[in-house]
Design a protein around this ligand. Structure first.
Ligand code: ZN
Length: 307
């Protein structure tokens, strides 16, 4: 039997990865209320917004207002996604309101070009100065490598290229590197193989798994990562997030499905599943449509057999 970590850390990315993919702009007060519910449920890491250009992602144009309004809970680490120097400038006006930043690039040239209109080399160069400044500000830094397990435009993405990018991010001061399966192309065997190599090459870095459930393989991939000792995951409540194309694609692996599975496996998360489900039901109401998380339909397993 595989040796699994006895506990894992989960970063809730729904307020960023999820809300940015919604066609409607969610009112700031609702975002702040939902972030509060997530913190109440025991989520200790929450990505609350990003500082991207408002004309590119209007859904998150209220990032500064969200930061200003959220009620900071003790023991909760709030993070923001930073695309570039300009985004960092804007975020730093609210320096006391968050603890971590995430920066991102793609391991696929085509995807990176389509996403941020830069080559990988240009992205890395830009991120070096962002990370240096963020570290001087005492911010913990995560580097996220999108399309780590496959690219919808290029197909296979060489593992070594992904790991080289991760090494550059480590050199630039990232304490954590997240590997994103941005469009749900990963499979469990590939994930096991990937993290076994990542573990060897990236000693001293927290390795994070960010899976999308686009093809229903998010949880299987999470177990594969767990089996390689990965103890840090990113997920979205309700299964929010994902990609607008093709229509109907589902989002990130759902936080409640992930938490339920981990608890059933005896892996601690520190998260109260009922509290998390309350937040997911609430965001469902705000959005006015059912979300994809299985637990929202089935509820937690009841071992006492009360139905
Ligand atoms: Zn994602």
């Amino acid at each position: 039997m595989a040796e699994y970590p006895s506990e894992v850390r989960i970063r809730e990315v729904g307020p960023r990865d999820g809300f940015q993919n919604e066609p409607e702009v969610i009112p700031t007060a609702e975002k702040v209320r939902l972030i509060g519910m997530l913190a109440d449920a025991g989520l200790k890491r929450i990505e609350v917004t990003s500082f991207v250009r408002a004309d590119v992602i209007p859904q998150l144009s209220d990032g500064a207002d969200v930061l200003a309004a959220l009620e900071r809970r003790e023991g909760v680490s709030y993070s923001v996604l930073i695309p570039n120097e300009r985004g960092l400038d804007n975020a730093l006006e609210h320096r006391d309101r968050f603890d971590e930043i995430s920066v991102f690039l793609s391991a696929s040239e085509t995807h990176n070009r389509k996403n941020v209109n830069r080559s990988i080399a240009e992205s890395l160069e830009g991120l070096m100065s962002v990370l240096a400044r963020a570290r001087r500000e005492g911010l913990r830094c995560e580097g996220v490598v999108a399309t780590s397990f496959g690219c919808p435009y290029e197909g296979a993405v060489p593992r070594d290229r992904v790991l080289e990018i991760a090494e550059r991010l480590r050199e630039a001061g990232c304490a954590e590197v997240g590997f994103g399966d941005t469009t749900g192309m990963a499979n469990p065997r590939q994930v096991s193989d990937f993290y076994a190599h990542a573990r060897d090459r990236l000693e001293g870095v927290e390795l994070t798994a960010h899976f999308h459930n686009t093809r229903g393989q998010g949880l299987a991939n999470a177990v594969a990562a767990l089996g390689e000792g990965v103890a840090s995951f990113e997920s979205s409540f309700g299964e929010l997030g994902g990609c607008p194309v093709p229509p109907g694609s589902t989002g990130n692996v759902s936080s409640e499905d992930l938490v339920s599975m981990f608890h059933e496996m005896g892996v601690e998360t520190g998260i109260d599943l009922e509290g998390l489900l309350a937040a997911s039901r609430s965001v469902q109401e705000v959005l006015g449509r059912p979300l994809g998380a299985h637990l929202l339909t089935a509820g937690p397993i009841d071992w006492d057999g009360q139905g």
